[in-house]
Design a protein around this ligand. Structure first.
Ligand code: SF4
Length: 121
């Protein structure tokens, strides 16, 4: 049987599954129905929340941590990292500020996860 680890909650169930003609025919190890939805999504189009950081100009820190507001398809992650590498935002930045809206038309935003104040001169 193949395996995936469900990341929908901290329990982290190890889900074993069998496919036949591309369809799931056997599933074990998920402690709730969300595990089956997660497995179906993983097989159809795997998605992840992406945590990273973005450069800040004039802040008390040179970077601000950011993450996607929801999981995005894994295929977009390299493009997202390239895009975020080129971005510089001006301080101040508040936790929760939207840094990039509707990334790649996924309906998901990239948001700041901490506050960076203006550098005091
Ligand atoms: S299957 Fe349910 S209990 Fe297990 S990790 Fe996924 S969400 Fe949590």
């Amino acid at each position: 049987m193949d395996r995936v680890v469900c990341v929908q909650c901290p329990v982290g169930c190890k889900i074993k599954f069998e496919l036949s003609n591309g369809r799931i025919v056997k599933v074990e190890g998920n402690k709730c129905p969300r595990g089956l939805s997660y497995l179906e999504d993983e097989l159809r189009e795997p998605k992840r929340v992406v945590p990273t950081s973005v450069k800040v100009v004039g802040g008390n820190y040179p970077l601000v941590s950011v993450k996607t507001s929801a999981p995005i398809p894994k295929k977009y992650i390299p493009q997202l990292m390239e895009k975020l590498k080129k971005i510089k935002i001006n301080a101040p930045v508040k936790a929760g500020d939207v840094i990039v809206k509707n990334i790649f038309d996924t309906g998901v935003d990239v948001v700041a996860t901490r506050t960076v104040l203006e550098n005091s001169k």
